[in-house]
Design a binder for this molecule. Structure first.
Ligand code: PHB
Length: 394
């Protein structure tokens, strides 16, 4: 174990109490636990990154900014939702900054770079949003956990719902990258199993928001409905453009719930009536939800959304794990075992983890009414991602 100058000073300052216990443990126990917060703080996902990071900070602040008795320190990095820089950014956090935990990120492509670095270095990675299937699928690992969803998870149940609503021919539209493609595939799996057909899959490059030509194509195709994956700034633009193009009245718009998360104020009337499926809704009647929302609003002056919830839950998960090992970051097997067993009192309801380290959770059917995502049904109960290709070793 290497002892850096700050850890040495901290342990020295801890004084007599630290001197009474074995040196190795005293040092490990008094140095701060460093969390590398690698999120997008600029670009189309900037607000998602900020909400997730604030959710994490809130959960830890509620524990006195400690994990397993050790003080927490954050190293913040803006990943700009840029996949090509992700491996170097994550490597820097682990190797140069010496973080104990990698927390991130929002964008599936960037998360893939973090997964690579986590697998290579053994660093603990907690993913508070990005839904890329491989992270808890083919590339699953003992040191990789996710507190959000897989891209398949919220999209798949919408397939059956769309069919039950009488839709038979659907056009999909998304950004051409991992999350969009996986969400469309999840929807399609559910919709086609029910008997429907996705007649056209439209994609635009990420993070483009020039949708006019595609909206004209949708108008010409006249599908029964449109299913989409967009989020953040892009979701605001898409929903407004869809309404402005005159499609809203004639062709119902469906989506993974990200389409209307943290975006409703900016979307205004254009969002009214949109149906989405997601593992959360603001007004959810879960025991932890009201207190969480009040605390978040008080701390940050903003209404919480799903991204804040997922960051908060990452903090709760880390807290349970590090408490079990009393802050001893070297006791990896016990740390991961405690995280696997964790039951999180999440604002979304009680949450557990699948063997592949992805949440098992209810998916809600929501409809935008008066500027709110109102829960109008349960789309799926205790839904677990199929975790295709996951072989947990080590
Ligand atoms: C993703 O890239 O995995 C992603 C991004 C934004 C969302 C959901 C998923 O809201």
């Amino acid at each position: 174990m290497t002892l850096n100058r700050r850890a040495f000073l901290t342990s020295t300052a801890a004084g007599v109490a630290a001197a009474a216990i074995p040196t190795r443990f005293a040092i490990g126990n008094t140095a701060k636990i460093k969390i590398g917060v690698m999120m997008p703080f600029t670009g189309t996902f900037a607000s998602l990154g900020e909400m997730g990071a604030n959710g994490l900070k809130l959960a830890l602040a509620m524990q006195g900014n400690r994990l397993g008795g050790r003080e927490v320190e954050f190293v913040i990095l803006d990943d700009e939702s840029e996949p090509s820089r992700a491996p170097a950014n994550a490597t820097r956090l682990v190797k140069s900054d010496g973080v104990d935990v990698l927390f991130g990120t929002v964008h599936s492509g960037v998360a893939m770079g973090m997964v690579k670095v986590a697998r290579e270095t053994g660093a603990l990675l907690v993913i508070p949003n990005a839904g890329v299937g491989a992270a808890t699928g083919a590339l699953c690992a003992p040191n990789i956990f996710r507190t959000s969803f897989t891209n398949w998870q919220p999209a798949f149940p919408m397939g059956k719902i769309a069919y039950e609503r009488g839709y038979r021919k659907i056009v999909s539209m998304t950004w051409k990258y991992g999350a969009g493609e996986e969400a469309i595939a999840g929807f399609k799996e559910g919709f086609e199993a029910a008997g429907g057909a996705v007649i056209k899959e439209i994609t635009v490059p990420f993070p483009n928001v020039e949708f006019q030509a595609n909206l004209a194509e949708i108008a010409a195709l006249k599908p029964d409905a449109v299913f989409t994956f967009f989020a953040g700034g892009g979701a605001v633009k898409f929903v407004k453009d869809y309404a402005a193009a005159g499609l809203k009245q004639s062709i119902p718009l469906l989506g993974s719930g990200f389409l209307t998360e943290g975006t409703l104020a900016a979307q205004g009337d254009a969002a009214e009536g949109i149906l989405t499926t997601l593992h959360y809704a603001d007004g959810l009647d879960a025991s932890a939800n009201q207190s969480f929302r009040a605390a978040f609003a008080q701390a940050y002056g903003k209404e919480a959304d799903i991204y804040a919830v997922q960051g908060f839950d990452a903090g709760l998960l880390l807290s349970q794990g590090f408490s079990a090992v009393k802050g001893d970051t070297t006791n990896r097997p016990a740390l991961y075992a405690a995280m696997e067993r964790a039951v999180i009192d999440s604002p979304r309801g009680l949450m557990t983890f699948s063997p592949s380290h992805n949440p098992v959770q209810d998916i809600y059917l929501r409809k935008v009414r008066n500027g709110q995502n109102e829960v109008i049904g349960i789309a799926a109960r205790n839904l677990s991602d199929p975790a295709r290709g996951c072989k947990m070793t080590g």
